[in-house]
Design a protein around this ligand. Structure first.
Ligand SMILES: O=c1[nH]cc([C@@H]2O[C@H](COP(=O)(O)OP(=O)(O)OP(=O)(O)O)[C@@H](O)[C@H]2O)c(=O)[nH]1
Length: 662
């Protein structure tokens, strides 16, 4: 069943949604459209000041998102889509453009600016039509438009605002609210297309498709058959007199476009050699397949068309009904099957310091990288290409030259060993310790015990064990990385102004303690950890250490705990067997007087234990401890006299809970 007959015009075409938004996927899927999802890597950083009107900004962003995917697919996915759809939703109020909030305070800023007022929601949409030419180049033709919906918010009290923000809903939504869910409660009225607010103006989109396929078909044909690669004329009449017809060179820097009507048609003819063909022809997997492809390149094309049509997928029986799995289903399965390869590629690149190298020397080609990391040319090339496909690196190919490589933002932010939020140490821990453990998962599950002894030879056991200096340092680096990334979120999760002294039990390098003193000017923090850990702390001392952080050596299961009015337990309990959990909590309870606090930070499992996967997968390492939900932690702490005051599910790697000694 399709909502609009025009959607059926796309049957048999490779339609790609260049968006990671689950709402857009759902809207288009519910309309009966068959498509693949390839999220865009375009960063939403256009200079808003350059646009005359806010919707121009949304349209340009949508355009760049779609074009990035249209250009990437022939190279990275080895197939050229027929149509790529990109969208961008923004909220405008009092002359400001609101996108997705970056944190809770940003969400507060946005929602309070919307309180009691009418605002506009604009979604810019870009449809890129790709035409493969016989000479293996690709022409792109662009149609874009926008839709405006007016929304009025009720007056929002501070309590309502914060309750809504703490629900976590605002974070991935333009303007900080989701009208389709809890955010609907904030809304007094909506004038215009509701789905436009949710992220995709379906009605306007269908009208555009209608225009494209019933109005412009002849122009599309003539465009795609043109041989001059930079033609700028548009061989069609505009769909309406209000439409501006523009030519646009795809290689130009994003720029404010001319007065933006609510729909526009561009001819954008940008030749790109399609490597999909080249790769198919050079495929040397077997002589016979090569011959087949070479000698019947026409068949290859037919096969491709068939592949785009879901009818070629195997049928499955679900609850007694024979159905076609979606391409998304298959992609998800492949992603899971290949997940281990992606992890190991990441660990290897990190271990070989590839991201450090390309940070200090961007623009190296594969041979130069191979020389620097002292690896084989073939292996390095494969690793570089795999990292590009995973979004960790970017490659640029200039005519007749070898591709050169640089870090993608993800690598710059998290994979360099000297990045502020580096995960380099944690990745080494995963590679050296978790990987061997998880390769014995079958026996771990069968026996229900840790597989350390099987996974590591005697020598390795020594090196990976925290009893060796090397193993200890690696583990400390891993914990340091996680503490740096999560520290600020945990330290600012609660109002701690009534506490003057805190003790971070098992606080390792002190990274978390420094975040606490930075966030709370009246607080001093003692880090309590094993003597061998405290001894190695010099490797992690910050450049300007805060003298409100001090280190005390001791064993929290045996020794007397330092006095404090707030105890911090971050990533400790999940790893301890029950008897040790009870010893530790009893010792903390004994050290506390009424009113003292206990701040616990862990991954909190969902109450129905269906997620998050990170917590549930972690449990498979079969350490002696266990993963718990917030309620389970609350009950555990209650049995030691602590009453839960606040729980925070954060967007970060760890959640937090503040309990008070009764
Ligand atoms: O009421 C609602 N308003 C908005 C949304 C969702 O908000 C985001 C808007 O962000 P953007 O357009 O930048 O799209 P992304 O999610 O980043 O995905 P892309 O990969 O396409 O950039 C969008 O997801 C809306 O659905 C909402 O849910 N309700």
């Amino acid at each position: 069943m399709v909502l609009n007959p025009v959607i059926s015009k796309l049957a048999g075409k490779l339609v790609v949604l260049a968006s990671a938004s689950p709402r857009r996927l759902e809207i288009l899927r519910s309309a009966g459209l068959r498509f693949e999802v390839v999220p865009s890597w375009f960063k939403e950083t256009l200079d808003k000041g350059l646009f005359k009107a806010p919707y121009e900004y949304a349209v340009e962003t949508a355009k760049q998102k779609a074009l990035e995917v249209a250009r990437r697919m022939p190279f990275k996915h080895l197939k050229t889509p027929d149509i790529v759809i990109g969208a961008d939703t923004i909220v405008t109020v009092d002359g400001m453009i609101l996108e997705k909030p970056v944190d809770k305070h940003d969400a507060y800023r946005m929602l309070s600016s919307l309180s009691g007022k009418e605002h506009s929601v604009f979604t810019g949409v870009a449809i890129v039509l790709c035409h493969e030419k016989e000479n293996e180049e690709v022409d792109y033709q662009l149609i874009d438009f926008y839709e405006e919906t007016k929304v009025k918010f009720a007056d929002l009290s501070e309590d309502m605002l914060w309750e809504y923000i703490n629900s976590g809903e605002p974070m991935d939504k333009a303007g900080g609210y989701g009208i389709q869910a809890l955010g609907g409660m904030l809304v007094e009225y909506v004038h215009g297309d509701f789905l436009n607010v949710v992220g995709f103006p379906l009605n306007h989109f269908c009208k555009q498709l209608d225009l494209i396929y019933n109005f412009c078909t002849s122009s599309l044909k003539s465009t795609s058959s043109r041989s001059d690669s930079l033609a700028t004329s548009v061989p069609t009449q505009p769909p309406s007199s209000s439409q501006a017809l523009l030519s646009h060179n795809s290689s130009s820097i994003p720029r404010p476009s001319s007065p933006c009507d609510s729909q526009r048609l561009h001819t954008q003819i940008t030749p790109t050699a399609s490597p999909a063909h080249k790769v198919k022809r050079e495929d040397s997997e077997s002589e016979s397949s090569q011959t087949l492809v070479n000698s019947t390149s026409k068949h290859t094309d037919n096969r491709k068309v068939k592949l785009h049509d879901n009818a070629t997928l195997p049928l499955v029986t679900r609850r007694g009904q024979v159905v076609e799995p979606t391409r998304g289903d298959l992609e998800r399965i492949c992603e899971l099957m290949d997940g281990f390869k992606a992890s190991k590629a990441l660990f290897t690149a990190s271990k070989l310091c590839l991201f450090d190298l390309l940070h200090s020397r961007p623009g190296l080609d594969a041979a130069q990288v191979a020389q620097e990391i002292k690896a084989s040319a073939k292996g390095t090339e494969c690793l570089l290409e795999a990292c590009v496909s995973l979004g960790l690196l970017k490659s640029t190919e200039k005519a007749c030259q070898k591709p050169v490589y640089e870090n993608a933002d993800l690598a710059t932010d998290f994979l360099r060993s000297d990045a502020s939020f580096s995960l380099h140490g944690y990745l080494q821990h995963c590679n050296e310790t978790m990987w061997p453990l998880f390769s014995h998962l079958e026996s771990a599950v069968q026996e229900g015990t840790s597989q350390r002894e099987k996974a590591f030879s005697k020598h390795m056991l020594q090196a990976t064990s925290t009893s060796s200096r090397e193993g200890k340092l690696r583990f400390m680096k891993a914990m340091h990385n996680i503490a740096k990334i999560t520290g600020k979120t945990i330290a600012t999760a609660f109002d701690l102004s009534t506490y003057k002294s805190a003790c971070d039990l098992g606080g390792c390098t002190g990274a978390l303690a420094y975040e606490f003193t930075e966030a709370h000017p009246g607080l001093s923090v003692t880090v309590f950890d094993l003597p061998a850990v405290v001894e190695l702390n010099e490797f992690f001392r910050p450049q300007h250490p805060d003298n409100r952080v001090s280190f005390v050596a001791g064993d929290f299961l045996k020794d007397e705990l330092p006095k404090a009015d707030l105890y911090i337990l971050a990533r400790i309990l999940h790893d301890l067997p029950d008897e040790k959990v009870h010893i530790l909590l009893s010792k903390i309870a004994d050290a506390c007087t009424a009113g003292c606090g206990l701040l616990l930070s862990e991954i909190f499992l969902d109450e129905d234990r269906r997620g998050p996967s990170r917590g549930l997968l972690q449990a498979l390492s079969m350490s002696e401890g266990k993963q718990r939900s917030a309620t389970e932690y609350s009950l555990l702490l209650k049995s030691h006299g602590f009453i839960t005051a606040h729980i925070r599910h954060t967007d970060n790697l760890l959640d937090a809970m503040l309990c008070i000694k009764a």
